[in-house]
Ligand binder design. Structure first.
Ligand code: GDP
Length: 472
């Protein structure tokens, strides 16, 4: 254990002691919400909060159906240094006269919702109302995928990233960056202009990979830089290792910046935020990956095992020293299930479950209770059966985001056996053998809400029951 690890642990213990006293009286559940960008975190949190404040659409949340949630209200959050999740603006976007999707998660944010609860069972008659705080912590999944960087040297990371960029799946996305690398003398003295050029084309490659549906796009802050945009800690790129590394060269400087990134960006996130999470939901745009093709599905599977590995770090790793407690439950949720007719939801969940099982094996994971579910945080479609070439086709219908026109969509037939997708994915096939999967973007619906009703959703109540139902 290094000196900084020891000071991290002492800091942790002092903080734990002071939190413990106040939490005896008013328990706090820290619920992490993560997922890669555009997975649906912002819409999920907005809908979750709206549906906890007005619980008319939450039949599967037992404490609500039993009438034990007496009231729910938003409160100032406990962490002074994290931006507040902008619930009111996001809700206004979704519920206005011309609803639009809110701006997505770019960084970490937090919101506290507190519930006044009538205890269940034997205690119900004796004990008065209890207050339970739910601190929702929203953070980009890209940041979790940075964890493996901690165990890699700059040379190892460079080599792995270059191998991946030159693989058939990605080489066309990396062309510009790879061509630029060819012309570089990494042993020459650092030229800041050149460093920035390289970082720019490398970032463009990461962004193109993400756009093409790939999940593994570390370092995560290159895509979501927030206030670090343009800083030296984000101005580097993988390089071929020269035979001899001399000081003040481009290679030596990039090596230094890589380690600064780990020390000043990756570690503080895990130490200050991730280590406090009790329950976690990981949102996954499964249909987006299926639509992008077999290689994107395989990449997603790898990302899921990296994510799981962060929740159960091996002994003697830096993370195992700083984790103050174990995450007790992790729910993987396939979002935007309203893109599929409900008859296909079991297949969607089955596919995610199979990926989760696989990721658990790979991450050697025996930690928290895990589960998979399909949900839509905001239902933007209605179901419809249309006649197509003499056959009935189960579709969903909504207003297309691009054109504003009403359209029915059949995303494709997900197979009952997930192996039909996972095997070609593992083999690195370029395309699915039996047909394509289509995804269209729908506009949020114009809502007419009754008193006491939150936003329309699919299985949001079941998800939250799994995540926190036992604590209510
Ligand atoms: P974030 O980057 O993880 O915060 O993702 P967002 O919550 O901003 O969602 C990204 C996009 O996915 C939104 O702009 C919507 O187009 C779409 N989306 C998210 N949730 C749903 C949903 O429940 N149903 C539908 N149809 N689309 C959704």
């Amino acid at each position: 254990m290094g000196i900084s690890d020891i000071s991290d642990s002492i800091f942790r213990a002092v903080e734990d002691a002071s939190d413990g006293v106040s939490e005896m009286f008013e328990p706090v559940i820290r619920l992490g919400v993560t997922g890669l960008s555009r997975a649906g975190k912002t819409v999920f949190i907005t809908s979750l909060v709206a549906n906890l404040l007005d619980r008319g659409r939450m039949p599967q949340l037992l404490a609500a159906t039993e009438g034990r949630i007496v009231s729910a209200f938003l409160q100032p959050q406990p962490d002074d240094t994290i931006p507040r999740f902008d619930y009111e603006t996001h809700l206004a976007a979704l519920t206005g006269k011309t609803p639009h999707w809110p701006h997505s998660t770019r960084s970490i944010s937090q919101l506290r919702i507190s519930l006044k609860i009538q205890p269940a069972g034997l205690l119900s008659g004796i004990k008065g109302l209890r207050t339970i705080h739910i601190d929702i912590i929203d953070y980009p999944g890209e940041w979790l995928l940075d964890l493996p960087l901690l165990n890699q040297t700059y040379a190892e990371w460079s080599e792995n990233t270059l191998v991946q960029a030159r693989s058939p799946a990605r080489v066309s996305l990396a062309e510009g960056w790879l061509a630029q690398l060819e012309g570089f003398d990494t042993t020459a003295e650092l030229d800041e202009g050149q460093a920035q050029e390289l970082a720019k084309t490398f970032t463009a490659y990461l962004a193109a990979s993400r756009e093409a549906g790939f999940s593994g796009c570390a370092p995560g802050r290159f895509l979501l830089p927030g206030d670090l945009d343009g800083s030296p800690v984000l101005t580097f790129s993988p390089l071929e290792r020269p035979e001899k590394v001399r000081s003040k060269t481009l290679y030596a400087e990039f090596e230094r910046r890589f380690s600064a990134y780990k020390r000043k960006v990756v570690k503080p996130f895990f130490r200050d935020h991730f280590s406090k999470i009790d329950r976690q939901i990981v949102l996954v745009d499964v249909m987006g990956a299926v639509h992008a093709g077999p290689q994107a599905v395989e990449d997603l599977r790898n990302a899921m095992s990296d994510i799981l590995a962060s929740f159960r770090p091996g002994k003697n790793t830096w993370l195992s020293y700083i984790l103050r407690k174990r995450v007790e439950k992790i729910l993987f949720a396939a979002t935007k299930a309203d893109h599929l007719h409900h008859l296909q939801h079991p297949q969607l969940t089955g596919l995610l479950r199979a990926m989760l099982r696989d990721a658990k094996d790979r991450a050697d994971f025996k930690g928290a209770k895990t589960a998979a579910i399909s949900l839509a945080s905001l239902r933007a479609t209605v179901e419809q059966t249309v006649k197509h070439e003499g056959e009935n086709l189960d579709c969903v219908q909504g207003v297309l985001l691009e054109t504003g026109k009403v359209a029915a969509m059949h995303a494709g037939e997900l197979p009952a056996d997930p192996a039909h997708l996972l095997v070609p994915a593992r083999k690195g096939e370029a395309a699915w053998l039996d047909g394509d999967f289509e995804v269209m973007r729908f506009a949020p619906p114009v809502l007419t809400r009754q008193n006491g009703e939150g936003l329309p959703h699919i299985r949001l109540d079941k998800a939250i029951q799994f995540l926190i139902g036992d604590r209510l």
